[in-house]
Structure formats: structure tokens, C-alpha cells
Design a protein around this ligand. Sequence first.
Ligand code: FUC
Length: 803
Amino acid sequence: MKHKKMIAAGIIWSAILAFPGGGAPAVEDARTPLSLWYGKPAAKWLEALPVGNGRLGGMIYGGVPDERIQLNEDTLWSGAPTNWDNPQAREVLPEIRRLIFAGKYAEAHQLGKKMMGPYTQSYLPMGNLYVRFDHGEAYEGYRRELSLDTAIATVSYSSKGVRYTREIFASHPDQVIVIHLTASRPGSLNFSAGLDSKLRFRTFARSDTLVLRGKAPMHVDPSYYNRENPVRYAESDTGEGMNFECRLRAITVGGTKAISGSGVSVRAADEATLLLSAATSFNGFDRSPGLQGKDPGPISSGYLSAAAGKSYEQLRRTHVEDHQALFRRVELELGEAPAGAADLPTDERVARFGANDPQLVSLHFQYGRYLLISSSRPGTQPPNLQGIWNDEIRPPWSSNWTLNINAEMNMWPAEVCNLAECHEPLIELIRELAANGRKTAQVNYGAGGWVAHHNTDIWRQSAPVGDWGQGDSTWALWPMAGPWLCHHLWEHYEFSGDKEFLRNTAYPLIKGAAEFCLDFLIEDGKGHLVTAPSTSPENRFLAPDGQESAVSMATTMDMSLIRDLFAHGIEASAELGVDPEFRERLRKSVERLLPFQLGAGGRLQEWDRDFKDVEPHHRHLSHLWSLYPGNQITKRLTPELFAAARRSLEIRSDEGTGWSSGWKISLWARLGEGDLALGLIRRTLRLGDGGVYPNLFGSHPPFQMDGNFAFPAGIAEMLIQSHEGELHLLPSLPTSWQAGRVRGLRARGGFEVDMSWAKGKLASATIHSKLGRRCSVRLGDARVQLETAAGGVYRFDGALKSR
Ligand code: FUC
């Protein structure tokens, strides 16, 4: 009963909160379904709510009387640029190849250790902001909420007859985290605020600002690697390791404030705004952050004083406008929420209804877009395994960029879900990785072009990882990050049609990756070109000699990636009118790549031979890459392979970790099976392992953000597809999504699509053509051709007739 009252009250408060200061700002309206909300403070990190501006991240606990906001800055990593290239790799390469051709896979697997360099460094937590309110422990009418539409988190409650409210956001335009505190009765704000860190730090006051200065370790071992001193600091603060600084200032209305080295304290204020800025000494991927770093002081104080010169209303308005310019490009409605669902706190709603609540599905879709906007903006780092939110010095897998699926998956929604700008940080990472990867190609393989393997970090580590032989070839021996990353460059071009981008950025990187592959490919003696050593990311097979191995030749994924890369190299060079001889070389080689093969039971073979699986339900779906995210396997072009891919997916089953389910949504969508895709959505929208945590962060387990990004990409793929040179509307609509509406999804060729459907059938569609390209629009088996000038708009009814 008490609970019910609280909920009802919560809804009214949120309506009031949406209009601070009494007047409704023009940029807001009541989009209440787009919020995560809870009736109690977060007890754990995975209950806290994330805000981010691409660079700064905050996890809001919303405690009473103690607020904690855990803080991150996306360049705060351990380590420094170092040498990871290994000349021994080149020496053992011929022997590894000999063993593979002799069928001695387990021996090749073992010898692969000699190709390894060091592990990557670790993404680090920056610190915590604590705010202690002096009103005592008792409170009532609590609500904690994150609005995806405004990117503002709100905490409100009553204590001793006073209603307290906190509004918190991370502003991209102003580069600060803003915490606005109000109370319903003037003069009731009494609190103190301080900063700390898990890293080495000290705090001091500088005029009206609290400063935290910190030093990151010069080395952190991955959490799965056990040896002494896994976290190592330089002896002095002027030594190696990232320097960083956080600054906190309180701006108050009424009352008094005081500051000391341990914090800021405010008495009897009517209102207060806390501004938090931060910066690190990061000075580029190829410079030492300790010895050649920037001074973070002027950077963080610059952000802080600029923000302090603006009113709270100004900061808020600029933030909301900036966020909504991206966020509001896409709207999605999949149906009404079941009775009572919206009245439940978000975690209870997931537990109770899961994917049976279509509004929760669209909320999770938009949450993925929100998280991408919050963790990836031009000029920032791309989202790592945890986006930008991490509270551990040794987070799982170092919270690095894992390139054999995870970092790419993070970007799957970027183009189709209308956030192409958020793709830019990955593109910049590719450029930097390629610079280091040229040396690795030369030293480790004696090859031209550039290479990268399954992990990288802020220093753009490009070699196989594994502490010079302590790792496992199962994941380390994968020199295919280049081709996969180049697929993103091509996608960015396909969606935008940006020729300058193709000429100046994409093509040179594609060419470099292709040069490495041309050198790395060898003849198999039967007329084909193959890769060796070759792995199908992290999966193992049982060789005919009864031994397990991950290392063989020409896995289906290697061949798929190289075919994709070469095809784009050919197309790009032709389009740009450059490199005719190189194009010819690619053309000749692409024809000779070992083709797809069908294995036992009609499945798509994963390895060059039809080995037995060690783990038939393995989470990776690497051999299905050409079904999604690639496009070499389609129903129309390769019906036999299409059927084989389907068989393989059935054999893999629905079982799998969080991101694996995310991938399967898109795979089933490409297979035209909306109901089976919905099955994976169901698996995702559950609390617990492989599903989501209370704050809807994806569970691998443990927490990994990739699943959050695969989710919107998968839903988009169910609603439109454009990978076959036509714009396919509603290719995989689940039976239960009878009526709905979507606005703003993007398609290759420069199109944007709005549509609605009813009774499971298209009702209307509007297609905006940005580039004026010709387009074939498909609905079921019907097709119409579009031809318009750039900026043209087409309107159709449910039978694809023009309106
Ligand atoms: C790959 C995956 C794991 C995990 C890790 C970060 O190695 O196989 O499941 O996602 O990346």
C-alpha cells in the first residue's frame, strides 16, 4: 500500500520536475516512457545510473543522506607507449605454418605463444564525488530517475517536511558534470562535498575550488593474469604514468560556504550547483603521459571557470539541446505497455514483464542509443568494454577494446540508428592503430601494410597479447582486426556517401589493411589462397589426431573478412579512380580465396576442414560474419549458403553470453525470422547472467556494454535492411509487434526512413533521400524504384503506392 502511494507520488513529482522553475522549457515535453526509475538508492554499482558526455562519466547512486557519484575520464589508462612487437614471431611463422599443413594443430597452437607481445594496459576509475546532507537518515517519497530524452538524472525525496531534489548531468558542450541541488524550503540546504580516488591522489583547496590531483599506475596486469605486483606505480609523481586532476566548485544561492583541503561545506543555502571538471595528461597515443604529458591543471580549471560563468539554467538548456539534437533523431513505438508496467520501478518491470512489455523493449533500444551518445563523441575515445563507466583498477579484461567482436559491436547502432557522429572516435582509433600496426606487420610478419590483433588500448597496442608467451593462442593469434575495422570505414561511407571521407580516410586505411593481407596470404597447394595461422575467434576444434586446438588455416571468418576488405578496396579504388594495378591484384586474389564450404548436416563450415566442435554452443558466431555484420551471404545472392548459415545458427542455439544474444538478434533478423529474433530480445530483457543488471547494463556476465549496443542495432535490423542494394521495409517483424511506428532510421545510400505499421503490415512509409541516389524499395516481394534529387521525399501507403 505504502509502495503504491510512493509510486503514484513519484509520477506527479516527475511531472513537476520536468518543468523546473515553473515554466516549461521549449526543449522538453512529457516523454515519460523514456526513463529508467527506481524507488530506492543504488546499493551497488550496477544499480547506479550512468551519465556521460563522451569523455566524462558518472555513476549516480542517489543515496540519502550520502550521495556518491563514481567518476571516469575516458583517457585515464595505465601504462605508456611501449614496444610490443616481437621479431621472434617472424622466425617461428614458417614452422607454425609447416605444422598446420602437416595437421599438427596442437603443436602449432603451442608454438603460437612465441608470437606474443605484452598484455594491454587497463582503463581506470578516476574517483568519487561524495555529498553528505545534514538532514539525518530518515526520508520518504524517494524517486531516482534517468531521463533518456534529457540525459538528466534526478533524485528526490522528503526529509522532515522538506523536499530535496538533485539534478545531475554531464554536459558535452560545457565539459563538466553538473549537480544542481534544491530544497522546497529556503535555507534548508546543508551539506558537505568531497572527492577521493582509488588511485594515488591528494586533495587541496585553491581559492574557492577543491582540487584532486592524482597519478595512475605505470602498469596494470589484466585481472585474469596472476603474478606479483599487478599494479605498479612510478616512484615519484613526476615519473611514468598518467597524471590527472578533478576540480569541484560549489555555487550557492543564499547561506554560507567554506572550503578546506578535505572538501566544500555549505550551510543554510536555498540552492546550490556543484560543478565538476577533470582532465588528464594524455597527450596522444604515441607520447608518454608521465614524461611528455599535458598539464591537466589548466585544462580542468579552464573548463570549470568557463562553466562557472554561466547560470544553471543556461548550462542545463545547452546540455539538453545538445543531447536532443542527437537523441531525438529516432523515435520508436512497438505497442502499449501492459497494464501497470509503467508504474513499476525499472528493474521490477524487467523482472515482471521483460520483452512482453513493448515499451520496455523500445526503452532498452533507446537506452543503447543514449549510452552511445554518452560514451562516444567526436574527439573522445570510442566506448571500451564498459563504455566509459568503470570502478575497478583491474576491471574484467582490462576494460580494453577487444577487437574480435566487442569494440566493433559497440558501433553497430551508430549508422542505422542515426548517430553517425558517434562512429568518429572508432574511426580515429583505427587511424592510430594503423600507424602502430605498420611496424607490427613488418617486425612480426615481414609484411607490408598494417596489422592489429584481438586487443588494443589507449596506446594502440597492435601485437598479439599474452605477456611474451604466457597467453593463449585461442585468442591471441588473430591478425584480422584490420579487415574487420575497415568494414566500419566502408559502412560509414555507404551510409553517408561522403567521397572526401572515402578518399582521405577510408581508402588509405583499407589499402594498408589489404596490403598486409596480400602479404600474409599463402598458397595452399590446391589453387587457393589461405591464412595461416588462423583462428575462428576463441573457438576450438577437435583435430583428427584427437587433440584440441584453435589454430589451423583459412577459417571461414578470415576468408570472409578478407573477401569483404578486398571487395571494398576494389570498389573504393575504382570509385576514386586510383591504383589500377593494385585493384587488379586484389581482383585476382579475391577470386582465389578459399571459398565457403558446407559441413556436416548442411551447416556452414567454421574451419577449412569439417572439424568436430569442442563447444557446439560457443558464444562467438564468427563463421556467420558474412550474414551479419557482413553481407556476402543473402537469400537472393547465395541461397544455399543462406540455408547453411541458418543451420549453423540453429546448432549454436540460443544459449550464449550477453553480447552473443545481441549478435543473434541481428542474425535472425537477416534470416527474416522476426519471432526468433524476438526470442533473443526476450533472453536479453531478463535480470541476471546473460541478461541485464538492475540499471539495464548488459550482463556478459560480468558487466560488458557491447550487449547494450547490439540491442538497438538488432531491432533496427528487424525493421529495415539495406545491405543487399535495396531498402527492405519490415523484413523481420515479429508476430506480436502488431502495430508500431519508427522515425529516423538510416539506410545505406543516404536514406532515412519513417514508417508505421498496423495488424502486422506496413501502413505508411516516408523515405527521405539525402543524396538523390536511385533506390529500390522492397516490401515482401513487391518493389518500387525511387529516383529523386537530393533532399527528395517519398511517401507511400501500405501497398507501396505513392501518396
Ligand atoms: C572476448 C569474448 C569474451 C569477452 C571478452 C571481453 O574475448 O570471447 O566473451 O567478451 O572478449
